[in-house]
Design a protein around this ligand. Structure first.
Ligand code: GLU
Length: 325
């Protein structure tokens, strides 16, 4: 039988009401979650590594989780956490996962105190995906609601539906049906592993919008801990003329990455020419995130900076990882 390592970090899947009528809090560990699944066609080595809401997830916990998973020498690795930052966890682990062994991240939208909690089915599916040899070499996968997503594309697109995760516009990689995984697409070749080192400092995301003078970006970037900034820009990578002035001033000393705030579709490179357009920001020296959204761009930029990347490396890596290939 395959051996699967299971690490739990908390989240709704591990939550139950603290007391009658109270809100849900993390209460269940790895053994509790596994105990609810009955007999399984695999051996599972389970460990509770944390019990937190995923808004409190951090790089240090995820690096501990990655190292624990690698040490188990299993056939697959399942990571359980809250859905709120699950897309960032999956992308971060995907950047730094050095092995062919599949990693599958899952969670739940309904805690165990609600009717029809989805945690048990999601966990059962994640174990199935992790144990399947066809999942090897695909990097980090995410499964919820029977869909299987690539870490590269997945995002939480609804705050409460069971069908909360989307890989728009690429679509899911596959599905779990009758306890078997079915892949619709092969995985593209994986880019080189990127693990980082010193994750100190801050890489904030600043969203562009209406009546935007650039003052927020200017004040955020002035903080001494800031090592780089991601702009969640309007449309295909556009900002106001005031924000464009601020970016022009920042770019010589601070990496500025521009992503689209739309939730799907890439930043453009050469369609518009007004001050604040994508081509004007590129001419200033800003880096475009391509198909990566601002959240993933933040994870990639922080990891690159943690690895000591120079400006040219950042530009090259965003070109390689933010593009479709
Ligand atoms: N909806 C979130 C979850 O699914 C809330 C808690 C969290 O993200 O940890 O887990």
């Amino acid at each position: 039988m395959p051996l699967i390592a299971l690490a739990t970090l908390g989240g709704t899947i591990s939550m139950a009401p603290a007391d009658a009528g109270g809100g849900a809090v993390p209460r269940l560990g790895a053994a509790d979650l596994l105990g609810g699944l009955g007999d399984l066609p695999m051996d599972v080595l389970a460990e509770t590594l944390a019990g937190i809401g995923s808004a409190s997830m951090d790089f240090a916990t995820l690096m501990r989780c990655r190292d624990w998973g690698l040490r188990q020498d299993a056939d697959g690795f399942v990571v359980v956490q809250g859905t709120d930052t699950l897309e960032e966890t999956a992308y971060f682990l995907d950047l730094g996962w050095p092995s062919e062994i599949p990693v599958v991240v899952t969670g739940a939208m309904r805690n165990s105190g609600l009717f029809s909690p989805d945690g048990p089915a999601n966990l059962r599916n994640a174990l199935t995906v992790a144990a399947d040899p066809r999942s090897r070499g695909r990097g980090v996968l995410v499964t919820l609601n029977d869909d299987v997503h690539a870490a590269r594309w997945v995002r939480k697109a609804h705050s409460s539906h069971l069908d909360a995760f989307s890989s728009a516009p690429a679509g899911p990689l596959g599905m779990v049906v009758e306890n078997a995984v079915h892949y619709f697409h092969p995985s593209p070749p994986r880019p080189p592993v990127l693990t980082g080192g010193d994750f100190g400092g801050l890489v904030p995301v600043v969203e562009a919008g209406l009546d935007d003078s650039g003052a927020v970006l200017s004040s955020v970037a002035a903080q001494p801990e800031v090592r780089g900034v991601v702009i969640a820009a309007t449309g295909a990578g556009h900002v106001s003329s005031g924000t464009a002035d601020v970016i022009a001033r920042l770019v010589p000393s601070l990496p500025v990455v521009v992503a689209s705030r739309t939730g799907a579709g890439p930043t453009l490179r050469s369609t518009y020419g007004f001050h604040g357009s994508e081509s004007s920001l590129i001419a200033m020296g800003a880096t475009m995130a391509g198909w990566l959204d601002a959240r993933k761009a933040r994870i990639l930029l922080h990891t690159l900076l943690a690895a000591g990347a120079a400006r040219d490396d950042i530009e090259r890596e965003f070109r390689a990882r933010g593009d479709l290939d």
